[in-house]
Write a protein that binds this ligand. Structure first.
Ligand code: PLP
Length: 377
């Protein structure tokens, strides 16, 4: 199987597995226990926290471990709003992942006011336009760093000054950006940043929320004092150790990986354009993640194409792994102004560091074969 769905999840890196195996092989205690075995577990958490912090330029105590990107997003949205009850307004973007869009929509349905910023045909926000939506009673502005479907990168750093000038908090979902492009909390000027382990060759079910020192958020869960009382419950020590190792690997190899994967993506798009000149590469004129290629096949159905590719041994997606076909074609492409039919013709290819030029050539062959089969049927 040729796996071209890295934005859904990535294969576990062998070094990450070794780190987790080592943890599992040892008897580790509860990191909150004062005895030796408990303190050994705490040291594992501390090391992982430092590694995650290093990848995003944060300090260790600013990293809170969660069960993944979804929980980090929910904690950022609900936690910040709950901490500032006097402010009843939020700003977010139509193309956000469901892990932000749905919490924000829930707040809109239960008494908060929400302004949704629009995106252009390339999937980019207009930072000045978005800043104009921020009000004196805005609690939170949430704008993802890179889109999971198009890979389009938003100019989050340009929002920090206008958002802070109104006393609001700036949150960014960096789940897809992490490990693919440099992510630095100081350069971005964010107060809150969501991260997930399984998009960077770490285990599933682990993530983190960066909370800038001094930022007030309220917990969603109530229990013990773990994670500074903001995320109570015994930590997933083995998973967190794996996440930490994945961050350490990403820190050292990000630049080389990004370079290589961008070249592979370039080869893929160029070869596909040559064979199928009618294809549309969404977001191509905007800054994009190096690994993502979201392609429209005019006149064809993306779901049918993805199914055929699966039968031909190539795993791809039609959009976010979290939205099913039952919900219709990509909300991101429709927010970019594409028609229902245009959005329904798209396939997302997301490449990884292990892909070779031969993999790319095979992918192009299989896509052309699937397109020809679908046209004949
Ligand atoms: N945010 C974005 C942009 C994502 O792509 C994803 C996963 O697809 C998530 C959040 C959710 O992360 P997790 O799967 O760790 O809950």
């Amino acid at each position: 199987m040729l796996y071209l769905d890295h934005n859904a999840t990535t294969p576990l890196d062998p070094a990450v597995r070794a780190e987790m195996d080592d943890c599992l092989d040892r008897t580790v205690g509860n990191p909150s226990s004062p005895h030796g075995l408990g303190q050994e577990a705490k040291r594992i958490l501390d090391r992982a926290r430092a590694r995650v912090a290093a990848l995003v330029g944060a300090r260790s105590h600013e990293i809170l471990f969660t069960s993944g990107g979804t929980e980090a997003d929910n904690l950022a949205v609900f936690g910040s709003v709950a901490a500032i009850p006097a402010r009843r307004h939020l700003v977010s973007v139509a193309s956000e992942h469901q892990a932000v869009r749905n919490p924000v929509t829930h707040l809109a349905e239960t008494g908060h006011e929400v302004s949704w910023a629009k995106i252009d045909r390339q999937g980019r926000i207009d930072p000045a336009g978005l800043a104009g939506l921020v009000r004196e009673d805005t609690a939170l502005v949430s704008v993802m760093l890179a889109n999971n479907e198009t890979g389009v990168i938003q100019p989050v750093a340009e929002l920090a000054e206008p958002v802070h000038a109104k006393g609001a908090l700036l949150h960014s979902d960096a789940v897809q950006a992490l490990g693919k492009i440099p992510v630095d909390v100081a350069a971005l000027g964010v107060d809150l940043l969501s991260l997930s382990s399984h998009k960077i060759h770490g285990p599933q079910g682990v993530g983190a929320l960066y909370v800038r020192a001094g930022t007030r958020i309220a917990p969603l869960l109530f229990g013990g004092q773990q994670e500074r009382g903001l995320r109570p419950g015994t930590e997933n020590v083995v998973g967190i150790a794996g996440f930490g190792k994945a961050c350490e690997l990403a820190t050292t190899r990000l630049a080389a990986d990004a370079d290589r994967v961008a070249r592979r993506r370039g080869e893929f798009e160029a070869a596909l354009r040559q064979r199928l000149p009618q294809i549309v590469v969404h977001g191509v004129a905007a800054p994009r993640l190096p690994n993502t290629s979201y392609i429209g096949f005019p006149g064809l159905n993306g779901e049918a194409l993805a199914l055929l590719l699966d039968l031909l041994g190539v795993a791809v997606a039609t959009g976010s792994a979290c939205s099913s076909a039952a919900h219709g074609p990509s909300h991101v492409l429709q927010a970019m102004g594409l028609s229902y039919q245009e959005a329904a013709s798209a396939i997302r290819f997301s490449f990884g560091r292990e892909h070779t030029a031969e993999d790319i050539a095979l992918a192009v062959e299989r896509v052309c074969q699937a397109v020809a089969d679908l046209r004949r049927s």
